[in-house]
Design a protein around this ligand. Sequence first.
Ligand code: TYD
Length: 203
Amino acid sequence: MNKGLFITFEGADGCGKTTQLMLIAKYLKEHGTDVLVTREPGAKGLGEKLREILLNYEGEVSSQAEAFLFLADRAQHMDVIIKPSVAAGKVVLCDRHTDSTVAYQGYGRGIDISRINMLNDIATGGRKPDLTIVFDVDVETSLARVGKEKDRMENAGMEFFNRVRNGYLQIAKQEPERVKVIDATQSIEAIHIQVIKLINLSR
Ligand code: TYD
């Protein structure tokens, strides 16, 4: 059986990670790899309900409650979808995971990072991604890409997204083996080639 792999795609809203995830999924499938594409928040089932609240609920949501909702989604996703798929030998490509909570709820909202790390550890049972790719782009570019139709998170403003971006760069500094940063202002094709290289190196 093939070795399963767990790869996460991270970056601020509008960084282009989802486009790259779809391109690499197609590439890997064409090369005979058994791939599972998934995302947080809200892969399926319970997760879809949590996603609806997280992105569209219009009442007040405290930062702590928001963090726990993302973490509830993660615990379910990890146990029901990610771990069994990796164990079955699939390459799991996940759009956002633990580092999103560190960057958004930790650096962005200001919740203590060591607490977020502890909660992430509980939600995942300590299973970290084998590879994480951060798509780094300046905030002006990413927010322009998101456009006018913003969801609850995307309405958080420029300062917030600067903190999120800086958060991702800090995470990459602290865990250089796992977390690789790609300059996401480059062309889609140039970025795709770098993603292929990183994934091939991790196999
Ligand atoms: P989504 O529409 O999936 O955006 P994107 O295409 O940018 O991934 O929305 C997910 C939003 O939730 C995004 O703004 C980031 C945010 N988020 C957190 O704040 N914390 C988390 O732990 C996760 C997984 C996502």
